[in-house]
Design a protein around this ligand. Structure first.
Ligand code: CA2
Length: 140
């Protein structure tokens, strides 16, 4: 069975509770239930943290223990060289996902320290971006 790790960064615990016009109205726990039912052949782990070092620890753990990582680093995308380094250091492919279209927002969101180290990036497609990343990692 494939093991796919989903890792969400800061503030994504607020999904479904705040700013639904930007990030939608579905919380991540409900979304994980849907994902697990749609893919009974995949073992998913889910981790969210607001702490940069905890995200790096999880990337290192899952980067050696899973078949692929779906990572939304939240605001750390635009600031964290260390998260980029962690992605480069692990063998598992990492797909970077953003719920919103970061290129259609403020200029600082156009910079990513993650994209160059990731296998690929999906942004602007809402939670469907995570589903597309699962489809990719299942086939890879
Ligand atoms: O679009 C994305 O997925 C982002 O990674 C989300 C980050 C933002 O800093 C990135 O530029 C793009 C922010 C996450 C905040 O999440 C919230 C969710 C619901 C309510 C409030 C914040």
């Amino acid at each position: 069975m494939k093991r796919i790790a989903i890792i969400n960064g800061p503030n994504l615990n607020l999904l479904g509770k705040r700013e639904p016009e930007v990030y939608g109205s579905v919380g991540f726990d409900a979304f994980m239930d849907k994902l697990r039912s749609a893919h009974p052949d995949v073992s998913f782990s889910y981790f969210q943290s607001n702490v940069e070092g905890e995200l790096i620890d999880q990337i290192q753990k899952e980067g050696f223990g899973s078949d692929g990582i779906i990572l939304n680093p939240g605001g750390y995308t635009h600031t964290s060289v260390a998260i980029g380094d962690a992605i480069a250091a692990v063998p598992a492919p990492v797909v970077e996902v953003h719920i919103s279209n970061v290129h259609a927002r403020e200029d600082f969101r156009k910079i990513s320290h993650v994209s160059a180290k990731a296998k690929g990036t999906i942004c602007g497609l809402g939670l469907q971006g995570y589903e597309l990343a699962v489809a990719y990692l299942k086939g890879s």
